[in-house]
Design a protein around this ligand. Structure first.
Ligand code: LUZ
Ligand code: MOS
Length: 748
């Protein structure tokens, strides 16, 4: 699979933040975590630690020159705890030493007395106590209350889904270097360079122009570095600012898993009503989001939960309510799908239960209620594409869903000790930041005098291939080869006011801006040539590094053209901005057109459960996905496969366990089980053909987050297999469906 950095990655020579050669005199910082989940700080004595060999300083909240505040959407999160601790792992102090070993070694010497308060871990309990972040929100369509009486079946239940650790390969890291103008330059492993810059400026009491943030690349992020790279960068910057020396801060895996936020666990109540022939008439759902101890991105994630409450289905009467509930766990944060998967899980549970009540396969109900082009979603936008229905039908055509079901049933009749199950999972995911103003990007393009091109954008390369896609856009726009083009690091001094590389929009937004910048340069070149040759600008084109007048090849290569243009004083750099057109959302009415378009597709998942050992296994996943005209098919395939596996992991084996005191028990990869190569099913991916796409970049649709949600099918495929063992088995709607859970389900 070709990625810009394939060779570097395979050889282990790609430089991440922690691989940057450190300047002379660099110090190392180790945060001191709160040992308990909730309490009042009575005493924090750092003197013994400060006197430890190699320790240069121990910093606490009192050492912060600006505001002790890193909250992004809501300012409710201190950088260093002061007065109270709200979760186990919350940074209390920062030990800065000549080596990382000395910094970590001094940790036990910190003397802390905390008066313990009872922790709240459960979102429903937090809700009952009024511990709500922001206000609960409701999206509605039609009149759900009067619709129930017209339903043939109404079922209701409760669905719970667990959190998920990001397991990015590169743990959180930052290197801060104080500058001679009094500011700091920070190398940060973040998806949001501007958020890091703004927050450091706030914490240090500096202007933003005194803070430069540079991101070379990330070793994965998945949302885990959208908001939660900030604290570590700010701590390193604080230490560098106070001590006047470079400071490096990296978390080891144990610290990272223990202290940082994860996907939000949700607990939800649902009620669904259908007509006799399986049309969904009404759906009511209440989501209790476990936000953890501070807001972080929770309000935005809550909003996306509401946007995706009806996933791929048209439901005429809907009421979806969501509340973000404050608990004493590390603040939960962005994770691929951003609250969407949690919503879709609940609706699939409701449909599965309704199907059982109607004695029809769930797939029949799913297909019958699929969103069609023009159907109105509860947030007021009509679906702009017919690709969803087409993806289902294409999947059916290629794999014959009825025949699959018959094959599974035949297998189950002839096997007593193992059973198979099947689930179809359609996905419809809105593309754009739901925070409308974030849907903007700028790109800075330099053409050097040798014809090589350097591009700076806000897009952070985290393995997803966004840099390659942007290079493709520039190559196609300029009519030159990919090898001439290089992506620079993401840097706030070269490209300011960057939106996070998130919401599956990195290639779309930064690709569009890059296209516009390239068009500016191209236009200048064409004008100069036309003037020189005495012809119309419209006649001049550049294709495959050659200049054409109409169909006539002028004897001028790209390199010659650029050298010539430079000598003619044609500016060879451009800076262009792009803002997604036509999107808006009214948060009072909860209606609008929040998304540029929807990413859609359908998957069918087949699972086998071993009835003796209780072990579930996902056998195969077949996917038809709409990527439009792919900018890079190999990358897109990789994203679909990777996203799928991450979704399967969330739904099946990845389980976070906390003690009653609110301390994480699954704080390493020995106890937190991610799917491995042995758990990988046979995956077939087909790109939906002839899918028109006007909005994405050069006819391509994004691919980042949506495929994760195909993994939800894994849960329901296992459930289907369990019910083949015991048809009377009550629905278990509590993800993940771990081996322990399937085992117990078969032995009540
Ligand atoms: N981040 C964000 C996201 O700030 N807003 C979003 O709408 C979003 N959606 C998906 C993933 N990250
Ligand atoms: Mo994200 S969940 O960082 O797009």
């Amino acid at each position: 699979m070709k990625h810009d950095d394939t060779l570097l990655h395979v050889r282990g020579t790609a430089r991440y933040v922690r691989d940057i050669p450190v300047p002379q005199g660099t110090l190392y910082a180790a945060p001191v975590p709160s040992p308990i989940a909730h309490g009042k700080i009575k005493r924090l004595d750092t003197s013994a630690a400060a006197a430890h060999d190699g320790v240069v300083a121990v910093l606490t909240a009192r050492d912060i020159p600006g505001q002790n505040q890193i909250g992004n959407i809501i300012q409710d999160e201190p950088l260093l705890a002061a007065g109270e601790v709200d979760y186990a792992g919350q940074p209390l102090a920062l030990i800065v030493a000549e080596s990382m070993a000395a910094a970590r070694g001094a940790r036990p010497l910190i003397e802390i007395e905390i008066e313990s308060l009872p922790p709240t871990l459960d979102p429903r309990q937090a809700f009952a106590r009024g511990e709500i972040i922001g206000v609960p929100r409701t999206f509605a369509l039609g009149d759900v209350d009067q619709a129930w009486s017209r339903c043939h079946v109404v079922v209701n239940g409760r669905a719970d889904s667990g959190g998920q650790e990001h397991v990015y390969l590169e743990t959180q890291s930052a290197l801060a270097v104080r500058q001679d103008h009094g500011g700091v330059k920070v190398y940060s492993a973040t998806q949001s360079p501007t958020v890091v810059q703004r927050t450091i400026a706030r914490v240090l009491g500096l202007a933003m122009h005194q803070v430069e943030v540079d991101v070379p690349r990330l070793g994965g992020a998945f949302g885990g570095k959208e908001d939660q790279a900030t604290a570590w960068a700010a701590l390193a910057a604080l230490a560098s600012f106070r001590l006047g020396r470079p400071v490096k801060l990296t978390l080891n895996r144990h610290e990272d898993v223990g202290w940082t936020g994860k996907r939000h666990p949700y607990s939800s109540d649902y009620k669904i009503g259908l007509t006799e022939d399986g049309k969904i008439l009404a759906y009511e759902v209440t989501f209790y989001q476990n936000a953890g101890a501070s807001a972080d991105l929770s309000p935005a994630i809550l909003e996306r939960t509401l946007f995706h409450a009806t996933n791929s289905y048209f439901i005429p009467h809907v009421r979806a309510t969501a509340a973000s509930c404050r608990t004493n766990l590390p603040p939960f944060t962005a994770f691929r799908g951003f609250g969407g998967p949690q919503a879709m899980f609940v609706l699939e549970a409701a449909i599965t239960q309704a199907a059982a009540a109607l004695h029809v396969p769930a797939a029949e109900i799913q297909r019958k209620n699929l969103l069609r082009q023009g159907d109105e979603l509860p947030y007021g936008m009509g679906l702009e594409t017919d690709s969803l229905v087409r993806s289902w039908d294409e999947l059916d055509k290629r794999h014959d869903l009825k025949a699959c079901r018959a094959r599974v049933a035949a297998f189950n009749r002839s096997h007593a000790l193992t059973k198979k199950g099947l689930a179809v999972m359609p996905v419809c995911f809105g593309i754009s930041f739901t925070t409308t103003h974030l849907n903007q990007a700028v790109s800075l393009v330099h053409v050097y005098t040798d014809g090589s091109v350097g591009i700076s954008t806000a897009a952070v390369e985290m393995g997803q291939g966004v840099h390659r896609k942007i290079r493709r856009v520039a190559a196609r726009t300029l009519g030159i080869g990919l090898d001439r083009i290089r992506m620079e690091s993401t840097n706030t001094s070269r490209v300011a006011n960057t939106s996070p590389t998130a919401a599956s929009s990195g290639a779309d937004l930064n690709g569009q801006a890059t296209r516009l910048a390239c068009l500016q340069i191209l236009e200048r070149l064409r004008q100069a040539i036309a003037a020189d040759r005495g012809c119309l600008v419209e006649q001049i084109h550049i294709d495959r590094e050659e200049v054409l007048r109409g169909h006539e090849r002028l004897d001028l290569s790209w390199e010659e053209l650029i050298a010539w243009a430079y000598a003619r004083r044609v500016p060879l750099s451009a800076y262009a901005g792009y803002a997604t057109p036509g999107i808006h959302f009214d948060k009072v009415k909860e209606k609008g057109r929040p998304f540029a378009y929807h990413a859609v597709g359908t998957a069918v998942v087949e699972a086998t459960v071993d009835g003796l050992r209780g072990v579930p296994r996902i056998d195969s996943v077949k996917i038809v996905h709409d990527v439009g005209q792919s900018l890079d098919p190999a990358t897109d395939r990789g994203q679909i496969e990777g996203g799928l596996m991450q979704g399967i992991g969330w739904m099946t084996c990845e389980e976070l366990v906390y003690s009653p005191e609110g301390k994480i028990q699954t704080d390493s990869l020995a106890t937190y089980k991610v799917p491995d190569i042995g758990a990988t099913p046979e995956v077939t991916v087909h790109f939906l053909e002839d899918a028109p796409q006007q909005v994405g970049i050069l006819g391509a649709k994004t691919v980042g987050e949506p495929p994760l949600m195909y993994g939800i099918g894994a849960y329901f495929a296992i459930l289907d297999a369990l019910r083949a063992f015991r048809p009377e088995l009550p629905l278990i709607i509590q993800a993940p469906m771990t081996a322990e859970r399937t085992f117990r389900a078969l032995r009540p």
